[in-house]
Design a protein around this ligand. Structure first.
Ligand code: MN3
Length: 196
C-alpha cells in the first residue's frame, strides 16, 4: 500500500501564499486520486511489493502506471517541503553546496524559476542530488521526474507548475505563484532530504 503523506498542518497555514481551497483540492482530490490509481494499477500489475522509486526507474513499467506513480511520488515531496515553519533559507551543507553550484541562493531560485516558467504546459521543476551530493536543476513534463527520466538523480525540491497548483488563486499568473511559492518552502525539510 502506497500512502499519501499526512499533512500535519492546517490547509490554511500557508495563506496568503498558497490558499486553503487550493490546498484542499490539490491534496484532497488530485493527490488522493493519483495515490488511489497508483495503488490499483500497481496491485493489478503485481508491483505492490516494489518501492515507488523502483517502479519509476523501471523502463518496462507501462506509462499509465508511471503517470500515477509520478503523481503520487511528486506530490508527496511537494506537500512535505511546503510545511509551515522551519528555516526560510537553506542552511548547513545544503546552503554551502547551493553557493558552490549556482553562485548563491538567489541565483539557484532564479535558475529553478526559469525552468519552471519554461516548462510548456503541465509539469515540474526540480532540484536534485546525485550519489556524490552534487546538485542539479531540471524540469519535466506531466508527472515525469528525474527518477522516471533515468538521470540517476534524487529530487529534493519539487516545484509543481500544473495549473491545478495555482489557478484558483493566481489564475494564469504562473510567475506570481512561483514567486510566492518560495515563501513557503521549509528548508529544514529540504536540507534533511539533501543530507539523507
Ligand atoms: Mn499537482
Amino acid at each position: 500500500m502506497f500512502e499519501q503523506i499526512k499533512l500535519d498542518y492546517d490547509p490554511a497555514a500557508l495563506e496568503p501564499y498558497i490558499d486553503a481551497e487550493t490546498m484542499g483540492i490539490h491534496y484532497g482530490k488530485h493527490h488522493a486520486a493519483y495515490t488511489a490509481n497508483f495503488n490499483k494499477l500497481a496491485s493489478e500489475a503485481g508491483l505492490a511489493d516494489k518501492s515507488v522509486e523502483e517502479i519509476l526507474a523501471d523502463p518496462s513499467v507501462i506509462q499509465a502506471i508511471k503517470n500515477n506513480a509520478g503523481g503520487f511520488y511528486n506530490h508527496n515531496l511537494y506537500f512535505k517541503q511546503i510545511a509551515p515553519g522551519g528555516s526560510s533559507v537553506p542552511t548547513g551543507k545544503l546552503a554551502a553546496k547551493i553557493s558552490d553550484t549556482f553562485g548563491s541562493f538567489e541565483a539557484m531560485k532564479e535558475t529553478l524559476t526559469n525552468l519552471a516558467m519554461g516548462q510548456f504546459g503541465s509539469g515540474w521543476a526540480w532540484l536534485s542530488k546525485d550519489a556524490n551530493g552534487d546538485l542539479f536543476a531540471s524540469n519535466s513534463p506531466n508527472q515525469d521526474n528525474p527518477i522516471s527520466l533515468g538521470t540517476g538523480h534524487t529530487p529534493i525540491l519539487a516545484l509543481d507548475v500544473w495549473e491545478h497548483a495555482y489557478y484558483l488563486k493566481y489564475r494564469n499568473l504562473r510567475a506570481s505563484y512561483l514567486e510566492n511559492l518560495w515563501n513557503v518552502i521549509n528548508w529544514d525539510v529540504v536540507g534533511k532530504l539533501y543530507e539523507g
